[in-house]
Design a protein around this ligand. Structure first.
Ligand SMILES: [Zn+2]
Length: 318
C-alpha cells in the first residue's frame, strides 16, 4: 500500500558531490555514504519483491519505508499486517560474517578483507520499534499483536552468532515465517483493518535530512553555485526572460531553478533568503523574489530578515 520513497539523503549526497571538486577532502566520504545507502535500498527492494510476489492465504497489506511518530519519531523498513497480527521487518545489508552480541548489545561485522566493524544492534532497533508501534496502535484503540524479525538481504551474509531471542531470516524465508505466526481470536473487524491502513498512510512523514553541509561540516563557500542543466548535467544555465538557457547544449528549460533550489535545501541550508537565492541562482532581486514566491515555500521571519523553507510534503512537485 505504500512504496519506498526516494531517499532525500541519497539525493542530497549525489547533489553535493556534483557541486564539489573531486579533490575536496569530503568527496570520498560522501561517495562511500552514497554507496552504503544504495546497498541498503537494494536490500529493502529484495525484501519488498519477496513480500509482493507471494500470495498469502489471508488478507494482508504491506507498507515499505514507513516513518511514524508516537512518543518519538520512528522508522520501519517494512510493516506487514493481517487482521490477526502485524510484523515489523528490520533489514540489514552487510557483507561478511555477523555476530549479534548481547551484553552489551552490538552487531559485529567481520568482512572478507579482515576489517571488523561495530554497529548498533538491530535487535535493539527492532525492540524499540515494536514498543513504539505498540504505543502508536494503542493511541488509536487498535488491539493487534505485533511480531518482528531481522532480515539479512545481502546474499553474502553469514551469521556466526545469531541473537538469542530474535528471528533472523533471509528474504526467501519471510513467507513461511509469516505463515507460522498464530492467528488467534477473530482478529480486527474489516472496518478497523481498513482504518488502520488509512491511519498509517496519514501519519507517515517524509524524513527530511539535515543539509549535507551541516551534517559533514562542509563550508558553504566550497559548494559551487548555479543552475544545473537537466539535459547535459552542466552547472551554469543563464536566465533569459521566462526561461533558462544552457550555453553548453543550447537547451531551454523554464523550470530549471526548481531543481537548483531543491539542491540548495538538501545540500547547503534548510532555509534561504532572497540574497542567498540571488547568489546561488545568479539572478537579480526581482527575479529572486518572483522565483521564491512561485515555489511551495513557507515564509519565516519578518520582512527585513525573511527567509523561506521548502515544504517537502509537496515534493517532488511538477
Ligand atoms: Zn545543457
Amino acid at each position: 500500500m505504500k512504496e519506498r520513497s526516494d531517499s532525500l539523503t541519497l539525493k542530497g549526497l549525489i547533489a553535493a558531490q556534483g557541486r564539489l571538486p573531486a579533490a575536496h577532502p569530503m568527496f570520498s566520504t560522501l561517495l562511500s555514504k552514497q554507496q552504503s545507502i544504495e546497498a541498503g535500498i537494494g536490500g529493502e527492494q529484495r525484501v519488498a519483491e519477496v513480500l509482493q510476489k507471494y500470495r498469502f492465504p489471508f488478507k494482508n497489506n504491506i507498507f515499505h519505508d514507513l516513518s511514524l511518530s508516537s512518543d518519538t519519531y520512528f522508522q520501519m523498513d517494512h510493516f506487514f499486517k493481517t487482521p490477526h497480527f502485524g510484523v515489523i521487518f528490520e533489514t540489514k545489508n552487510l557483507a561478511g560474517s555477523l555476530e549479534f552480541r548481547e551484553n552489551p548489545p552490538q552487531l559485529v561485522q567481520k568482512r572478507e578483507d579482515g576489517q571488523i566493524k561495530y554497529y548498533e544492534s538491530p535487535v535493539v532497533q527492532l525492540e524499540r520499534n515494536l514498543e513504539l508501534m505498540s504505543a502508536w496502535l494503542s493511541q488509536r484503540d487498535i488491539d493487534l499483536p505485533l511480531y518482528g524479525a531481522i532480515v539479512l538481504a545481502y546474499p553474502k551474509q553469514h551469521v556466526e552468532i545469531p541473537p538469542a531471542n530474535t528471528k533472523v531470516l533471509f528474504p526467501n524465508l519471510i513467507p513461511p515465517f509469516i505463515k507460522s505466526l498464530p492467528q488467534e481470536g477473530k482478529g480486527l473487524d474489516p472496518s478497523v483493518f481498513q482504518r488502520l491502513s488509512k491511519e498509517l498512510l496519514k501519519s507517515h512523514r517524509t524524513y527530511i535530512p539535515k543539509p549535507i553541509c551541516e551534517s559533514y561540516q562542509i563550508p558553504v563557500g566550497d559548494i559551487q553555485p548555479g543552475v544545473r542543466c537537466a539535459a547535459c548535467g552542466k552547472i551554469g544555465m543563464t536566465k533569459l526572460p521566462r526561461t533558462w538557457h544552457c550555453p553548453s547544449c543550447k537547451v531551454n528549460n523554464h523550470l530549471a531553478h526548481q531543481a537548483a533550489l531543491v539542491e540548495w535545501f538538501l545540500v547547503v541550508k534548510s532555509s534561504i533568503t532572497n540574497r542567498e537565492c540571488r547568489e546561488f541562482l545568479g539572478v537579480d532581486i526581482h527575479t529572486a523574489t518572483r522565483i521564491l514566491q512561485s515555489m511551495p515555500l513557507q515564509k519565516i521571519g519578518t520582512f527585513r530578515n525573511r527567509s523561506y523553507i521548502l515544504d517537502f510534503k509537496r515534493f517532488p512537485f511538477k
